[in-house]
Design a protein around this ligand. Structure first.
Ligand code: C2E
Ligand code: MG
Ligand code: MG
Length: 584
C-alpha cells in the first residue's frame, strides 16, 4: 500500500484569500479596548471563536477566552505581538507587515503554543476612528481540526476497504487514470493485474466467514508486500484484488511481478491449528499494448484472468496470446537456466588471442556455453540477457570465474605456458559487495600466478560509478588481476576516467573490425581507437578477426593482439590443448 497520504485531503492548508478587511465603523466605536469595558469582556468571554483585537499598528491588545483555549496562548504571551505570530511557518500567509494592506487568508494553518499546527477559518474587520484611520483590527477565527478529521475519516471510508485496509476499487481507478495519463506523456508501460483467489467460496462455505475474512486479510497483506511502494494494490471486492504497476520497463516485467504474487499468495496460511492453502488466478492487461483507458485495461486483465482460470487456475496469463507465449518462454528459460548449474549443463569454451607480430598465444577468452539436457544449445546472446535480468548472472558468473580459474590451474599443472584466461564479467556481478573476495578466492584456490586472470568489463560497467569502479579496479590490479575493456567503442567512455583507471587492454569491438577493409568509417574508428590506446599505453586486442586481410590491416594500424575465427573458433579445453600442441 502506498501513497495514501498523497490522495488524502490536506490536514492543514490555506485556502483562498479574503478581500481587504471589512470596515465596521460606528458599531464598536467607543469601546475602549485598552481600558476594557464590561461589554467587551462579556463578549470576549462568551464567544466560541478565537478573537484577536489588534490596534492600528497591528499589535495585539486583547484576545478572547476561546483564543487561549484553542491556541494555548494567554494574554501575556501575545499582547503587543503581531497576529501573524500565530501562523505556522510553512503556510502561505502574507508577511506580517502586509496584513493590514494585503488582506489575510480566509483559511490558514495556525500554530498552537505547544507547536502543533491547526487549520483555522478566519474573518477580519477593521475599526476606524472619526478621521477614517484604522484604530483597531479584529480577527475572528475558528479551529477546523475536528472538521478536517471528519473529512479525512469520510474520505478514508470512501476510498479504503474496511476489511483489508487496502485502497478500494474507486481509489484504484482514480490512480490508474492518473498513471495512464502520465504514461501517455512519458511513453511509459503500465500493467493492471487482476488477482482472483481460486475456490475461495469453498473456504467461506466450509470454514466459515470469519476464517474467510482472515484469509483475505492475510492475502491482502502479502499482495501489498509483494509489490513496490510505488505500485498500488487494491481490493476490488469479494476475493478479487487488483494491482497497478506503473513503472515497467518492458511488458515482460509484469510476468516477474505476477510470478512473485503467485508465490506470495500460495504460501499456506496458518489459522487455528490448520493450514489453509489458496492459489490465485492472475490476468495481466497492459498499456499501451492492450488498452489506453483505465476501465478498458482492467477489462483486458479480467479476460486474461478468466483465461487463466479456464486453463486450470493457479497461473497467470497476459491478455494477448503473443505476449503470453513470449512471457512463458522467457520464464521457462529463466527456470531452465537456474537448474542448469546443478545439471552440469554449462561449460566453457576458450578462444585464443594471439600476438599479431609472431602469432604467439598470449591469452584465451573463456566463453560460456549452455547445452540444456535434451534440447538444443542456447547461444549466449539469448540466455545472458535473461540471466542478467533475473539476477542469476551473479551465480552463473561466479561459476564461470571458478571454472576458468580451475582450468587455468590445471593447464599450469600440465606445464602449459602462462597465457592469461579472460573472464567476462557482467555489471551486476561487478557491483556485488563481495566481488573482489570471490575473485581473489578463486585465484587463491586454484593457485593462479599474478597476471594469469584477466577480467573483461564493458565501458558502461565502469562509467556508472567511476569513482567506486576505479577503487575496485585498483584493488584488483594490486592483487595481480588484469583488466580489459570489452567491446570498446560501443558504449560511452569518459577519456578522463579511462586515463585514471588501471586498465591493461582495450578490446576493439568486432562490429568495427569486421568491415575494416571495406567501410571507411569503420577504418577511421579503428585507427582512432588504436591511436588512443597507444597514447594511453594500452594493449589493443581486435575481436572478430575473420580473415587474413583483416589481420594484415590491423597490423598496419598498429594493433598488437588479435582474436577471431581466422585464428581459432572458441573451442573446449581439450581442443584448445590440441590447437596449442599443433602450433608448437
Ligand atoms: P564477447 O565478450 O564480446 O565475446 C566475443 C564473442 O565474439 C563470442 O561470442 C565469440 O564467440 C564471438 N567471436 C569470436 N570470434 C569471432 C569472429 O571472428 N567472428 C564473429 N562473428 N564472432 C566471433 P559468444 O561466445 O556468442 O558470446 C557472446 C557474448 O556473450 C560475449 O561477447 C559476452 O558478452 C557474453 N558472454 C559470453 N560468455 C560470458 C560469460 O561467461 N559471462 C558474461 N557475463 N558474459 C558472457
Ligand atoms: Mg568478452
Ligand atoms: Mg567483446
Amino acid at each position: 500500500m502506498s501513497g495514501h497520504q498523497a490522495d488524502e485531503p490536506n490536514r492543514c492548508e490555506s485556502r483562498g484569500t479574503s478581500r481587504r478587511p471589512r470596515s465596521i465603523r460606528p458599531a464598536v466605536e467607543g469601546l475602549s479596548v485598552e481600558n476594557g469595558t464590561p461589554i467587551l469582556h462579556e463578549l470576549l468571554a462568551s464567544l466560541h471563536e478565537g478573537v484577536v483585537i489588534a490596534d492600528g499598528d497591528c499589535r495585539i491588545v486583547a484576545i478572547s477566552e476561546a483564543f487561549t483555549a484553542i491556541t494555548g496562548y494567554s494574554s501575556e504571551d501575545v499582547v503587543g505581538r503581531h497576529p501573524a505570530c500565530l501562523a505556522a511557518d510553512r503556510c502561505a500567509v502574507p508577511p506580517a507587515d502586509d496584513w493590514p494592506n494585503g488582506g489575510i487568508p480566509s483559511e490558514m494553518c495556525g500554530r498552537r503554543k505547544d507547536g502543533t499546527p491547526f487549520p483555522a477559518r478566519l474573518k477580519a474587520a477593521e475599526v476606524r476612528g472619526g478621521d477614517g484611520r484604522v484604530t483597531h483590527r479584529i480577527i475572528v477565527f475558528s479551529d477546523l481540526t475536528e472538521d478536517r478529521e471528519k473529512e479525512r475519516l469520510i474520505w478514508r471510508l470512501a476510498h479504503y476497504d474496511r476489511l483489508t485496509d487496502l485502497p478500494n476499487y474507486t481509489l484504484l481507478l482514480d490512480r490508474l487514470k492518473m498513471l495512464l495519463a502520465a504514461a501517455k506523456r512519458e511513453d511509459g508501460v503500465v500493467a493492471a493485474v487482476v488477482i482472483d483467489l481460486d475456490h475461495f467460496k469453498t473456504i467461506n462455505d466450509s470454514l466459515g466467514h470469519a476464517v474467510g475474512d482472515e484469509v483475505l486479510r492475510v492475502t491482502a497483506r502479502r499482495i501489498a508486500d509483494a509489490v513496490l511502494a510505488t505500485d498500488t494494490a487494491a481490493r476490488r471486492g469479494g476475493d478479487q484484488f487488483i494491482v497497478v504497476l506503473p513503472h515497467l520497463r518492458t511488458a515482460d516485467d509484469a510476468a516477474t511481478v505476477a510470478e512473485n504474487l503467485m508465490q506470495a499468495v500460495a504460501q499456506p496460511i496458518a489459522l487455528d491449528n490448520q493450514r489453509i492453502s489458496v492459489t490465485p488466478s492472475i490476468g495481466i492487461g497492459l498499456y499501451p499494448d492492450n488498452h489506453g483507458e483505465a476501465e478498458g485495461l482492467i477489462r483486458c486483465a479480467d479476460a486474461a484472468m478468466c483465461h487463466a482460470k479456464g486453463l486450470g487456475r493457479n497461473s497467470f496469463q497476459y491478455f494477448t496470446p503473443a505476449m503470453n507465449t513470449r512471457a512463458q518462454e522467457r520464464l521457462a528459460l529463466e527456470s531452465a537456466l537456474r537448474n542448469g548449474i546443478a545439471r552440469n549443463e554449462f561449460s566453457l569454451h576458450y578462444q585464443p588471442q594471439v600476438r599479431i607480430g609472431d602469432g604467439a598465444l598470449v591469452g584465451v577468452e573463456a566463453l560460456l556455453r549452455w547445452q540444456p539436457r535434451g534440447g538444443a544449445a542456447v547461444p549466449p546472446a539469448k540466455f545472458i540477457p535473461v540471466a542478467e535480468d533475473c539476477g542469476f548472472i551473479v551465480e552463473l558468473g561466479e561459476w564461470v570465474l571458478r571454472e576458468a580459474c580451475r582450468q587455468r590451474g590445471r593447464w599450469t599443472g600440465m606445464g602449459f605456458p602462462d597465457f592469461t584466461v579472460a573472464v567476462n564479467c557482467s555489471a551486476l556481478q561487478f557491483r556485488q559487495q563481495n566481488f573482489i573476495e570471490k575473485v581473489l578466492g578463486a585465484v587463491a584456490e586454484f593457485g593462479l600466478s599474478a597476471g594469469t586472470l584477466e577480467l573483461e568489463l564493458t565501458e558502461s560497467i565502469m562509467m556508472v560509478n567511476p569513482e567506486s569502479a576505479g577503487r575496485l579496479l585498483h584493488d584488483l590490479t594490486a592483487a595481480g588481476i588484469a583488466i580489459a575493456i570489452d567491446d570498446f567503442g560501443t558504449g560511452y567512455s569518459s577519456l578522463a576516467y579511462l586515463k585514471r583507471l588501471p586498465v591493461g587492454r582495450l578490446k576493439i569491438d568486432a562490429s568495427f573490425v569486421r568491415q575494416l577493409g571495406t567501410d571507411p568509417t569503420d577504418h577511421a574508428i579503428v585507427s582512432a581507437i588504436i591511436a588512443l590506446g597507444k597514447s594511453l599505453k594500452l594493449e589493443l586486442v581486435a575481436e572478430g578477426v575473420e580473415n587474413a586481410m583483416l589481420l594484415e590491416t590491423l597490423a598496419g594500424l598498429g594493433c598488437t593482439v588479435a582474436q577471431g575465427y581466422h585464428i581459432c573458433h572458441p573451442v573446449d579445453a581439450s581442443d584448445l590443448e590440441d590447437w596449442i600442441a599443433r602450433r608448437s
